[in-house]
Design a protein around this ligand. Structure first.
Ligand SMILES: [Zn+2]
Length: 493
């Protein structure tokens, strides 16, 4: 049967709608089960090799205009789905084990997935380390063999499609020169090498944790959790501070009929804020179970950034430009709003904090750790997924690259689990850089208090309505005439 592109587009959009709604219902606690198998089954034709090959043939000759963009985004979607479908047995087994396995540090069992939260809430450094060791043992013995099988399967599929490696496949599918990004982020690591220790050590000292050199990886969740900042970020003020911030930008959250703010508490609701987009811009959920704390504020504003970006996307753009494309773009707007919760002016005005310095400095240190960790992750993933990857050496390579960047001895156990599908780490890295361009432009045009300016809101809405038709580089060139520059990012920290 001949390949019908219009029908493919239509079915791809409906698949995304059903999948996204199912995730929303599960994660928001409306239903216990996550029934995605059935959705994949009824749309399996989208991810059949023939369909993906047909998309690839068409994309190859479609040129650089919107026709080419739409086909490139569809091909990326189809290929992700194909790998997902062909490794779904491993994915299901991993999900089942991660939800059921227990970890015992010698003082009673706790669920595998709750270890990081337990470490964040544990004041005793020795118990945090014991939890880490017990979890890593389970990870190595029970989960890594399954992760390895899925990894090799993914690599094999890329070779069957004629790509020399998984890295080459995703460089092409994402339209991102990943090797160039590795150079940019390794320069970022060099540029921030000195400031990193100064900034992080000062915050570790304030949190009464050991400095770099003695700090262990198991201490990081405790450091990020920052319980001493809790009183500055109360649960009660969370939603209100978000609503008021949007109101200042000229956005009436309660009046947005396409945005469903879900704040109700339900027993199985995800503790972490998320945004779900069954239809863009028509049906968007912003879900939160407010608990307060710095991290909760950051998460709501991050997800709120996605929400507003999607909610303002023009309805008459083709599906590919509303729902697919370069996620560096939507992540940049998520980081932009998230960053407000680390702005001194915003903290003073919105949360009434007299001395915002401790919160600002903690966020700066947290951001530096994340940026350096992701820079190292990208370098590692390029090695792991490269044409000449020696899998036997990758466990050590992971510990070496991550440990050097974060300056904490890094347990090698995560060498397979701490890997994002399809180089999503590249989106985060580009988004962090893009966000510094947006922020500089907003400050230049509307001042340091841009977040309280309706004109800044208009300016942002003009970017948001474009959806993800353009990738991060193209959008930045079109909007500001600039090129993505990681040295701005280094200067911003
Ligand atoms: Zn995000």
């Amino acid at each position: 049967m001949a390949f019908d592109l219009d029908r493919y587009r239509e079915r791809a959009e409906r698949f995304g709608e059903e999948l996204s709604r199912e995730y929303y219902r599960h994660l928001a606690g409306h239903k216990r089960e996550l029934e995605i198998e059935r959705i994949y089954d009824s749309y399996a034709d989208l991810f059949a090799r023939d369909s993906v090959m047909a998309l690839r043939d068409r994309a190859a000759t479609a040129g650089d205009g919107d026709r080419g963009r739409r086909l490139a985004y569809l091909l990326h979607f189809g290929f992700d789905g194909l790998i997902g479908l062909e490794t779904r047995a491993e994915a299901a087994e991993l999900a089942g084990l991660e939800a059921s396995l227990e970890v015992d540090a010698g003082d009673g069992a706790l669920p595998y997935r709750s270890v990081v939260i337990a470490q964040a809430n544990e004041a005793d450094a020795e118990r945090r380390a014991a939890l880490e060791e017990a979890r890593n043992l389970v990870l190595e013995e029970r989960l890594n063999p399954i992760y390895a099988a899925a990894l090799e399967r993914g690599h094999e599929i890329c070779r069957q499609f004629g790509w020399p490696s998984y890295a080459a496949a995703y460089s092409e599918l994402r339209g991102i020169d990943l090797e160039r990004l590795r150079e940019q982020t390794s320069r970022f690591l060099g540029d921030t090498g000195e400031v990193y220790s100064t900034v992080v050590d000062a915050q570790l000292e304030r949190a009464r944790l050991p400095g770099l050199g003695e700090l262990r990886r198991s201490d990081l969740p405790r450091f990020f959790r920052a319980p001493e900042l809790d009183e500055l970020f109360p649960a009660e003020g969370l939603i209100e501070s978000f609503e008021e911030t949007l109101a200042d930008l000229g956005i009436d959250l309660a009046g947005q009929s396409n945005v469903h703010l879900d704040t109700e508490s339900r027993p199985t609701k995800s503790p972490r804020a998320f945004c779900s987009t069954p239809r863009v811009p028509g049906e968007i959920y912003l879900v939160i179970a407010p608990t307060g704390g710095r991290d909760d504020y950051g998460a709501l504003f991050h997800e709120g950034g996605h929400t507003e970006h999607y909610a303002h996307t023009e309805a008459d753009l083709p599906f590919e430009f509303r729902q697919l494309g370069d996620n560096s773009v939507t992540e940049s707007f998520a980081f932009l709003l998230e960053h407000l919760t680390a702005e001194p002016e915003w903290l003073r005005e919105r949360l009434g904090i007299d001395d915002p310095a401790p919160a600002v400095e903690h966020s700066r240190a947290f951001r530096l750790v994340m940026l350096r960790r992701y820079s190292a992750k990208l370098a590692y993933e390029l090695d792991l997924h490269g044409p000449s990857a020696d899998l036997g050496a990758m466990r050590g390579r992971y510990a070496e690259l991550l440990g050097d960047a974060v300056r904490v001895p890094w347990p090698p156990a995560g060498w397979l689990a701490d890997v994002d599908d399809g180089f999503y780490a590249a989106c985060y890295l580009r988004a962090w850089a893009l966000e510094t361009h947006w922020r500089a432009a907003l400050e230049e045009r509307f001042g340091h208090r841009w977040f309280a300016s309706a004109e800044a809101g208009d300016w942002l809405r003009d970017l948001w309505r474009r959806g993800q038709r353009l990738n991060a580089d193209e959008l930045l060139a079109e909007a500001l005439g600039e090129e993505l520059d990681f040295s701005w990012l280094a200067r911003s920290v």
